[in-house]
Design a protein around this ligand. Sequence first.
Ligand SMILES: Nc1ncnc2c1ncn2[C@@H]1O[C@H](COP(=O)(O)OP(=O)(O)OP(=O)(O)O)[C@@H](O)[C@H]1O
Length: 896
Amino acid sequence: MASRSILRDRNPPNPPGEQDSSTRPLHMVTPSKNAFQTFFGKVDRATSSTPPPPVPSIPVQHRMSTTSSNGGERGGNNVPVTPFRASRAYTEHGTIIQPSNEATPAAPKIRAGMTPEARTRLMPTPKPLPPSKLRGNQTPASSSGSTMRLVQPRQSISRSQEPFTRDTYELPMPMPLHAGSLGEGLYAGGDEWDAPGGQAVGQTESGWQEIGSQSSNETVLVTVRIRPLASTNPHDANAWSTPVDAGYPLPRTIRLADGTRKEWCFDQILPPSTTNHQTYLSSALPHVRSAMQGFNAVCFAYGQTGSGKSHTMAGTTGDPGVVPLAVEEIFRIIREGREREWVLRASYLELYNETLVDLLTPPGPGGTTAGGEIQILNGKKEGEVQINGLTEMIVTTVAEVKKVLSIGDGRRRTGCTDWNERSSRSHSVFRIVIESRSKSTTGEDESNVNARNRGKNQATRISTLSLIDLAGSEKATASKERNAEGRYINQSLLTLKNVISKLAEQSAKKTTGHIPYRDSKLYVLDEIGDAKISVICTINPSQTAIAESQSTLAFAAGIKRVVLHAKQTEVVDPAALIQQYQTEIADLRAKLAEKDAEMSQASQDGYKRMTLKERQEQENQRSRLDELRRLILTSSNVEDEETAEENAKLQEELCVAQAKVKEQALEIAELRKQLELRPQKPDEEVARLKLEVDQMNEIIKDYENNMDEPSVKLREDVEAEWLPKVQKLEARAKERETFYKSLYNSVLELKSQKAQLKEVSSVGVLRVIHPTLKLTNLYSQRCQKLESICHEYIALHEPSQSEFDYGSNRGVSTSSSVSSPVASTISTFSSNQDDSHFSSNPYSSRVTSVSMAHLGSKLAMSNVGRNGGGLRSLKEDSSFDLVKQAALLEGDEEIF
Ligand SMILES: Nc1ncnc2c1ncn2[C@@H]1O[C@H](COP(=O)(O)OP(=O)(O)OP(=O)(O)O)[C@@H](O)[C@H]1O
């Protein structure tokens, strides 16, 4: 079977120009507790350079590569070791491994060349445990059967609901419905499982330790699962019949319902009514347990497109499939096994169109696989291969594994086929690498320096559980894309078939020879060579799918013939992750203990206390220690699902709260800053305001100055221009005032003269003495009339006191001594109103008439614009004609 031996060379050569990576340190950092990060990094050790400076709180960083070969020899510890090359790191607790050129923390560094799994393959001489540790009546060969059955009473099972049609099978119930109860039974040793050969297998109360390094010759566990008929075609009927064989709880044979063709026989046939849980219990649970015991185990679903492979493997929320149930089982085993501790890492890849893609790496731009393409390179030796670019994540809870699954499922290619609306167009492989070792060897309680070396020679079990959902085989379809995919799918399935039939052939003939693993990249499933395998072949019972179902059954029959040589691997491997962690834990504990001792001595001696740097270092060491303890799973630190969920919730809340705290801390820091600046600020403000006020004052002053200047000048100018005018006006007003007064006096004078004249005329002397008396009389009348006019006029225009005050109010000097022409005229007139002149001097009458005429004219002038009507009436007054006549009479015409 040398040709079937899959060797993984842990130290393949570096390509030219690449540095020997094994000599480069790996960087470990402290992952934040339960902080599940969903980002991934890829580390190419070959291209990594000197590690950057440390950064706290970044998860552990490992680098790994997996080399695989077929046909190689198994080496031992003395196998020449070629330098390890890694391309992608695996992570702790689902945390990304940082590329080596990114910042890394100040955590202790470890050197790890490769995945423990890869090492396992290179350590073919695991240290077997002493026979005393094996179970009494158990032989290594008998201890690992994979065809166990749980004998159950027959039950009537109702069929599943829509969209599938009902049928009425009366079939035995294959398994109890609750895995937990089944597991309890198994662990208690009181189970009813029986394996071929009559030996019960499983775990005893004393735990896994009892099982030593063993191998088994067993066949693949082949299960045929018939899915319910789709309800889309009511005339369709189940094309297959599954008679129940005597002595078996489940049917083992299947044949066409019409009785034609041959009968097929397998380990178990699951009727359409079977649930995912039942399928898991009968087909996968034993393999999950084997994986936990250190056997590589593979469980895959094979079948035509739409026959229920994904339904079987992934299931639904209400009816979880093999993968989630297996994960739960793994954690349940860890929780219940008190004597071992574990490290789990998960990876998820797909093979699409013959391209291997890491589903835990985000796709490249435009959804290309660039980001996550896994490369398979030739190894150093012929037949060896090196797998680069696979992300492995350290997982510590069911929730974390589910997260990994959901990330990967989200990136799987699906498409619509003739049979399945959401068909998987790729083969997907979900793998969990399980490392475990006995608790007693870890030196957990030891804190001295010697503890560092303890556990280094302890055996570690390393195994892989691979859960595979193959893409469905299919006939050509109308879709070009589907056809192309179909070709690849069929090709890889054909390779798988060939590999298996070759293996079967060699098993039967007990020969060795070439196995065509590499005809398809499905050969990454090289665990097939030494794993326990369970195949669930799904078939669609429809009459229309008979050919495809027969093809599936042929495959199932072929694989059933393969004899497996599963090996439980228990090795002493310093590169095993659990070993590295333990070593690091012991190292950290010793360092911390040394430091504590040193410090307590120092404080006794009165020395100084730790420096800040030392304290920081110690803090880092403590948190790293906590982290490592958390990553190593034990019965005490693995929570049940409920608690885990609760914790996850709390964790989320904590994250939110921490983010808030951070935010608030920033705010506080900002406020503090402002506070520090605050005492300066008011001063600055006051100074600024003062300056502003000063500036404003300046501006106002300047403004006032500038404004004053023109206003003074303006006043002067205005005064210069208007003062003479005002003075003139005031003089005129004064004049007028004087004139009015004079006029008034004149009128009074006239009145008195008139009175005198009346007196004289009443005597009648003058009337006879002087011929002009008639005229005088007439004149008198006229004067009278004039007087009355003047009275009227004066009454109408008599200046008000204010008008008289005008000059004095304004302070304008108006000299009363300045006699106006009017005044003089009036005065002349007045002065000539003396009786003697009047009566004896004709000139006086002439002057008087002239004066009166002049007076009339002045009156008219003085009233221009004031009382045009009055002037007019004066002018028009006939008395002026008379005055004129009188003047003419006296030959003084030019006056007018
Ligand atoms: N046993 C079952 N019980 C109920 N529904 C089922 C069962 N098997 C399959 N189905 C349903 O049939 C449909 C196709 O199933 P599924 O996707 O699992 O097929 P498949 O074999 O994975 O197809 P492909 O290879 O194209 O991905 C799904 O809707 C699924 O829910």
